[in-house]
Ligand binder design. Structure first.
Ligand code: ATP
Ligand code: MG
Length: 354
C-alpha cells in the first residue's frame, strides 16, 4: 500500500487523466503526467508533467525514477513501452490488459474464449480478404481498424458489396475486422474496478446513447431490458478482469439485443460512460481506480440518486457554458481544452434527480 504523498505516474494527458489526478489529489496523492501534447487537460491539474513521446525510452526511465506507481488513461501506449516502465516501477493495469484491449481481434477472441457473445466478425488484412469476410459475416456490416479506433474513428459501414472498395480506402487499408451489424435495443456498459488483492466492485449499468459514433449520454436507471441483462454482462466483465489479472477500472461495452447481451468492446481504464459516478455514486470510478493503483481497499458503488444523467459537451455544445453554469441542477465539468473542434469532447454535465 502506497502512503498518501506518494506519486502516481499517469500515461496520457486527456480529460480522463485530469479527473484521475483530481481524485488522487483528494486522497493526498500527487500525479505526474506523461504525455506528448504541449497543453494537456491533465497537466493543468497535476503536480508534475513530462512532455515526451510514449516510445521515448530515456524519458520513460527518468519518469520511472520520479514516481512510485504508474497507470494510464489511454490504452494505445505501445505495450513495449509499458513493459519497459514495468521493469522499473509497478504499472497497473499491466501490459496484458493493454495487449488484449488494443486489438479488436484479440479482444473479441478473448471474450469469445470466455463464453461471451459478440457480433459476427471476421479478420480482414487485404482487399481480397474483405470480400471473403463479407461472404462470411453478411451485410450490412461495419469495417473497423483493429487498432487505434475511438469515437467511431477508423470505421466504415458497408451496406452493399459495392461499398467495399470505398470502405477499404476509408480505413486506410489497415488490418481490420468486419463486424456484422448488430440489431440492438440499447447500448450499455459495465464499469468495474479490481483491486490488487483481486477484490472487485462494479457500478449499476448505465444506458448509453451514441450520436455519430460518439457517446452523447449515459443514464440511470437503464431500461428494464438492460437491467435484465446486467447480471450476465457483469459476470462476463468480471471474468475478463480476472483472467487478465487486471488492476484498476475496466469498462466493457455491450449491445442489449432481444436474445441477450452482446459484447462490443472493452477499455482497460476509466471510461466516459462512468463520468456520472463522480456525483452519482458513493465512490467514483476515478477514486476507486486511484485506490486500486495505490493498493487501498475499494469503496462501495451505491447510487446516491434514483435518476442520473450525464451529457457530453461535444464541440460547440460548450458554448452554452453561461447557461449551464447558472443552472443549479447542472454539475458542470469542463476539461480546459482550447479549441471546440467538431466531435471534440470539451466537458460533460451530470444531473441527479429523484
Ligand atoms: P468509443 O471509443 O466511442 O467507445 P469506438 O470508436 O471504439 O467507440 P465502437 O464502440 O466499436 O467504436 O463503435 C462506436 C459505436 O458504433 C457503438 O457504440 C455503436 O453505437 C456503433 N456500432 C459499433 N459496432 C456496431 C455493430 N457491429 N453493430 C451496430 N452498431 C455498431
Ligand atoms: Mg465504443
Amino acid at each position: 500500500m502506497l502512503a498518501p504523498g506518494s506519486t502516481i505516474g499517469i500515461l496520457g494527458g486527456g480529460q480522463l487523466g485530469r479527473m484521475l489526478a483530481l481524485a488522487a489529489a483528494e486522497l493526498g496523492y500527487r500525479c505526474h503526467i506523461f504525455a506528448p501534447e504541449v497543453d494537456s487537460p491533465a497537466a493543468d491539474v497535476a503536480a508534475a508533467v513530462t512532455r515526451a513521446d510514449y516510445g521515448d525510452a530515456d524519458a520513460l526511465a527518468e519518469f520511472a525514477g520520479k514516481i512510485d506507481v504508474a497507470t494510464l488513461e489511454w490504452e494505445n501506449v505501445a505495450c513495449d513501452a509499458v513493459r519497459q516502465l514495468a521493469a522499473m516501477v509497478p504499472v497497473h493495469p499491466g501490459a496484458h490488459s493493454l495487449e488484449v484491449a488494443q486489438d479488436r481481434m484479440a479482444e473479441k477472441q478473448f471474450v469469445e474464449w470466455l463464453g461471451g457473445r459478440t457480433a459476427a466478425w471476421a479478420g480482414v488484412d487485404s482487399r481480397e480478404a474483405l470480400d471473403a469476410a463479407i461472404a462470411q459475416v453478411g451485410l450490412p456490416a461495419i469495417l473497423k481498424t483493429r487498432r487505434f479506433g475511438y469515437d467511431g474513428k477508423g470505421q466504415a459501414r458497408i451496406i452493399t458489396a459495392a461499398d467495399a472498395d470505398a470502405a477499404w480506402e476509408a480505413i486506410g487499408q489497415q488490418p481490420a475486422i468486419l463486424e456484422g451489424f448488430v440489431t440492438f435495443a440499447h447500448e450499455f456498459s459495465v464499469i468495474l474496478c479490481r483491486g490488487q488483492d483481486g477484490a472487485m466492485v462494479d457500478w449499476p449499468v448505465p444506458v448509453n446513447l451514441h450520436k455519430g459514433g460518439i457517446l452523447a449520454t449515459s443514464s440511470l436507471p437503464a431500461p428494464a431490458l438492460v437491467r435484465g441483462q446486467a447480471e450476465e454482462a457483469v459476470a462476463l466483465a468480471r471474468t475478463v478482469a480476472e483472467k487478465l489479472g487486471h488492476v484498476g477500472v475496466l469498462t466493457c461495452e455491450f449491445f442489449a439485443c432481444k436474445d441477450g447481451p452482446r459484447f462490443n468492446e472493452m477499455a482497460p481504464r476509466v471510461h466516459n460512460s462512468g463520468h456520472w459516478t463522480i456525483e452519482g455514486s458513493a465512490a467514483s470510478q476515478f477514486e476507486n481506480h486511484v485506490r486500486a493503483v495505490v493498493g487501498l481497499p475499494l469503496r462501495p458503488t451505491t447510487l446516491v440518486a434514483n435518476r442520473i444523467e450525464m451529457t457530453n459537451l461535444i464541440g460547440d455544445d460548450v458554448a452554452d457554458w453561461p447557461k449551464l453554469m447558472a443552472d443549479p441542477t447542472a454539475r458542470v465539468h469542463l476539461y480546459g481544452k482550447g479549441e471546440a473542434r467538431p466531435g471534440r469532447k470539451m466537458g460533460h454535465v451530470t444531473r441527479l434527480g429523484k
